[in-house]
Design a protein around this ligand. Structure first.
Ligand SMILES: *[C@@H]1O[C@H](CO)[C@@H](O)[C@H](O)[C@H]1NC(C)=O
Ligand SMILES: *[C@@H]1O[C@H](CO)[C@@H](O)[C@H](O)[C@H]1NC(C)=O
Ligand SMILES: *[C@@H]1O[C@H](CO)[C@@H](O)[C@H](O)[C@H]1NC(C)=O
Ligand SMILES: *[C@@H]1O[C@H](CO)[C@@H](O)[C@H](O)[C@H]1NC(C)=O
Ligand SMILES: *[C@@H]1O[C@H](CO)[C@@H](O)[C@H](O)[C@H]1NC(C)=O
Ligand SMILES: *[C@@H]1O[C@H](CO)[C@@H](O)[C@H](O)[C@H]1NC(C)=O
Ligand SMILES: *[C@@H]1O[C@H](CO)[C@@H](O)[C@H](O)[C@H]1NC(C)=O
Ligand SMILES: *[C@@H]1O[C@H](CO)[C@@H](O)[C@H](O)[C@H]1NC(C)=O
Ligand SMILES: *[C@@H]1O[C@H](CO)[C@@H](O)[C@H](O)[C@H]1NC(C)=O
Length: 800
């Protein structure tokens, strides 16, 4: 027995030393401590330079579908990346080469593209070295260090590496994506070591989620990690220990350490035993935070965090869905298109919204109004009555009204705070028309009538359901099927009838009183006012002049497509006339003229109401979104401009002339640019003979949005040279941060103004693919998503 044990022991030792031996031999072959000029690496062969001990390597490692360059632990099985070069650049393909060039630069070369510098050198390097500490170093000819990876940490510091004042670590985007993520650890100049979400600025205590509490030690404090896992801070002299974060680990084993700010925003000291056991894993020696919900913004905008003892879980606000369930950083968006909220004369919109509560949760307090109210119910009502209010936080008799997005949400075990979120009572998209549509003066009777219809409808529904149930019980299956079929047929018929009405030319002559009251003249023809006596309705009759569609059948098909569109932000087509050469369209009449009158008429007193203008922009965006995404076939408007936006009651904006572009044949593109003559709004691809997509509407919308913001036309030749072209002027003001100039002395909220301007600038990008979709535009306008800084709109054109 003893012999057997000894034998086994001996064998184990032998195999271990054998293993060790082969390891050393392999390493020696590739080991290269001083890297000379002219050395190269490629991702597939000779992919890295090892340190003398073989523990660290500098070179290519796989990321995504390609390779990134950095420093990683090569001497262990778990290949841990501790530094990444140009971390936000896309991974490179396998035909890339890393070269320490003969003129002393370290560059990444790719076929058919420019070299990328790995380092920012001020003098040429003479040689490089991968040190055993994990530091990759470049030297000049007198052996001075001119660059080292330790000075440019990404998300990790190693023993001996110092995080100096003014430097930061950034978490990575995900476990496998080494790009900059959403959290940072900042060694501030004031001696404070603080953690923030990337989106928040430094030195702003309300946004921090962890702090060392060392701000009384003044300038130039630094963070250090020792080879025994001791993480601590020193003051400026570099001699006095001002704070111990982790203790030194009392251990006899050989261990390696690293400190990393992890994807989840918590920074931890990790240790790993240096054994030959392939199952060896990093273990946590110390962590900055115990609660995984501490990092602010973990669940993105409109999301909130729930933690139990071990894990954190993200959820969305009621009425919201996650943008990308695999990455919560993108947050949540509404799962319904919000009806635009319009309240006049105390008329409440409680019918369309309700408040959904979320107990024991806290959020960033970004309230625009704080009310002293005694009950939660009052707070709910206050928010429902206020179009700007999208959520309210109620605590200690305080009702804090907030707009979206809500940030930094988390659930606490117990807290008297209640978040109240405004959600649509009905998410159904065909509630349009019911709520605020009241373009006709006799408003009250109509509402009562609608209520009657509703009551009758509900009774009928209940009745038929009962009938169905009874028949289900009493009758044979076939009978039920028959019943269903009949009702389906009836619905189809009703739909047909409710759709378009055909008029004779004589009828329309009578309706318009002999075409005597002209409302306007557009690209497609002339519009006349009319009055249909049988239902006492004002209408607008458009007499088309330049229709090139020959066939009646085709015309009818197009008209039916237009007739099928129903949205509160589209002007409703009531009927048409098709008689010989005459083509006329009959639309609902909009009493308040066009957006052009609204914006550009100086004597129009109402025009400067900022909130109303924002409401109009949202209305138009919703209308276009419907045309682009909900119509089958999709409708590209092709002529979005203020003259084609009509204003109904309650400043509800409606798009007109949609679908007409299709009536122009045969060469849509050419014909169109000739016809319109309204330059300013035309997307550049019209002139470049590129295919016309929905993005042309996005462009025109962008130009119009800037006009809505500034209340002026896109081209004003009477203005000074720098102000004459609106797009250029807006971009100039945006760059110089002088947005106030755009709205003159109007009192607007700067944050909102900036958001609107940014959306506008994104929409008018010359390059169609850079323009956002209408869906994105709407989310950005509503403030549900963050808006990146837009590039110069014409930068694409000037680049080619
Ligand atoms: C690397 O080069 C330096 C300077 O020439 C030299 O002092 C050092 O010994 C070299 N290291 C190795 C491992 O060859
Ligand atoms: C790898 O590098 C070694 C030494 O620098 C060299 O001898 C060998 O040819 C290289 N292999 C390839 C495939 O380039
Ligand atoms: C890595 O994350 C960045 C930032 O979130 C993203 O832009 C990039 O596409 C991601 N890369 C890969 C390969 O997934
Ligand atoms: C390099 O690889 C990329 C991606 O695999 C490929 O598109 C490109 O054509 C390659 N270039 C050359 C010169 O082989
Ligand atoms: C902090 O460092 C900067 C730059 O190294 C130096 O100019 C400054 O005097 C230092 N401050 C203190 C208090 O040591
Ligand atoms: C560092 O701390 C020591 C002891 O508290 C103090 O004597 C010294 O002045 C401090 N150095 C600086 C630059 O604040
Ligand atoms: C930190 O720990 C070291 C021992 O590891 C001790 O000498 C030092 O005083 C401690 N510093 C503070 C600020 O507690
Ligand atoms: C993380 O740190 C907390 C104290 O901040 C400690 O209670 C907890 O045990 C630590 N967790 C791990 C896994 O080290
Ligand atoms: C914590 O939540 C995770 C996932 O939500 C679950 O797997 C785990 O069992 C939970 N732990 C406790 C202690 O409840």
């Amino acid at each position: 027995m003893a012999i057997a044990t000894t034998l086994i022991f001996f064998l184990v030792i032998l195999s271990a030393s054998l293993h060790l031996h082969t390891n050393t031999v392999q390493a020696q072959q590739r080991r290269q401590s001083n890297i000379t000029l002219g050395s190269t690496l490629t991702p597939t062969t000779n992919s890295s330079w090892l340190s003398v001990s073989g523990l660290y390597a500098f070179g290519f490692y796989p990321e995504g579908n390609g390779y990134a360059v950095g420093v990683f632990l090569a001497g262990i099985l778990e290949k841990t990346v501790v530094w990444t070069a140009n971390r936000d650049n896309a991974p490179v393909p396998s035909n890339a080469t890393l070269v320490l060039t003969s003129d002393g630069r370290l560059v990444l070369q790719q076929p058919q593209s420019q070299d990328t510098d790995i380092t920012d050198l001020t003098q040429p390097a003479s040689y490089a070295s991968m040190l055993d500490s994990g530091n990759f170093v470049l030297y000049n000819y007198v052996h001075n260090i001119i660059w080292q990876s330790f000075d440019h940490p990404t998300d990790t510091i190693l023993p001996g590496q110092i995080l100096l004042a003014g430097h930061e670590l950034f978490s990575r985007a995900s476990e496998t994506n080494y790009s900059t993520g959403i959290f940072r650890l900042s060694m501030q100049q004031d001696g404070h070591l603080v953690q923030y979400p990337v989106s928040a600025p430094s030195y702003t205590a309300p946004y921090s989620y962890w702090a060392s509490g060392t701000n009384m030690y003044g300038d130039n404090c630094s963070l250090h990690l020792d080879g025994d896992g001791h993480l601590y801070m020193l003051n400026a002299t570099g001699t006095t220990n001002i704070k111990n974060l982790s203790d030194a680990e009392p251990t006899k084993e050989e261990k390696i350490y690293r400190m990393t700010i992890d994807v989840d925003g918590i920074f931890r000291v990790y240790s790993l035993r240096r054994t030959l056991d392939p199952k060896e894993k990093w273990s946590i020696w110390w962590n900055s935070s115990f609660d995984k919900c501490d990092p602010k913004g973990l669940c993105g905008l409109n999301g909130f965090c729930i933690s139990n003892d071990t894990e954190a879980e993200c959820r969305c606000l009621p009425g919201f869905v996650s943008v990308d369930p695999s990455s919560w950083a993108f947050g949540c968006v509404r799962n319904f298109i919000a009806e635009s909220c319009k309240i006049r004369n105390g008329d409440s919109n409680t019918k369309y919204y309700k408040m959904s509560p979320l107990e024991n949760t806290i959020w960033e307090d970004d309230s625009y109004s704080v009310l002293q109210l005694s009950s939660r119910k009052e707070c709910e009502d206050a928010c429902l009555q206020d179009c700007n209010c999208e959520a309210a936080l109620f605590k200690d008799q305080q009702c804090k009204k907030q707009r979206l997005p809500l940030r930094f949400g988390r659930r606490l075990l117990s807290d008297s705070n209640v978040a109240l979120i405004k959600v649509g009572e009905s998410f159904s998209p065909n509630t349009e028309g019911v709520p605020t549509r009241s373009d006709n003066p006799p408003k009250k009777p109509k509402k009562e009538l609608r209520l009657d219809i509703l009551i009758i409808g509900v009774s009928l529904l209940v009745f038929s359901l009962m009938m169905l149930a009874i028949s289900g019980i009493l009758m044979h299956r076939n009978h039920v099927w028959a019943y269903k079929k009949i009702s389906a047929e009836r619905n189809a018929k009703l739909g047909e009838e409710a759709a378009l009405r055909t008029f004779t030319f004589a009828e329309l002559e009578q309706v318009t009183n002999g075409f005597n009251q002209e409302l306007g003249r557009g690209a497609f023809g002339t519009v006349f006012k009319g009055f249909i006596s049988d239902n006492q309705k004002d209408v607008a009759v458009k007499r088309l002049e330049k229709v090139l569609t020959e066939g009646e059948q085709e015309f009818q098909t197009e008209i039916r497509v237009i007739g099928r569109t129903h949205h509160r932000n589209l002007v409703r087509l009531i009927g048409y006339c098709l008689e010989g050469p005459n083509r006329l369209l009959v639309y609902e009449y909009m009493s308040n003229g066009s957006l052009a009158d609204f914006l550009f008429t100086p004597e129009n007193e109402n025009r400067t109401d900022w909130d109303e203008r924002i409401g109009i922009a949202l209305d138009i965006a919703r209308g276009i979104l419907y045309l682009h995404e909900e119509c089958e076939p999709q409708i590209i408007h092709c002529d979005i401009k203020p003259q084609n936006i009509l204003i109904g009651g309650h400043a509800c904006a409606k798009i007109s002339d949609f679908g007409l572009a299709k009536l122009l044949k045969p060469n849509q593109t050419k014909t169109f640019t000739v016809i319109r003559g309204t330059r300013g709004y035309v997307a550049p691809e019209w002139h470049r003979k590129l295919p016309v997509t929905v993005k042309v509407d996005v462009y025109s919308f962008g130009v119009m949005l800037l006009e809505i913001i500034c209340c002026r036309k896109c081209l004003e030749l009477s203005f000074s040279e720098e102000e004459a072209v609106l797009e250029e002027w807006v971009y100039d003001c945006f760059q110089t941060k002088e947005l106030g100039k755009l709205v003159g002395n109007e009192d607007v909220e700067m944050r909102k103004l900036e958001r609107m301007v940014k959306v506008g600038l994104w929409c008018i990008q010359d390059e169609p693919s850079l323009r956002p979709s209408m869906k994105k535009v709407l989310l950005m306008l509503e403030g549900t998503v963050d808006i990146p800084i837009p590039p110069c709109p014409t930068s694409f054109l000037s680049a080619i």
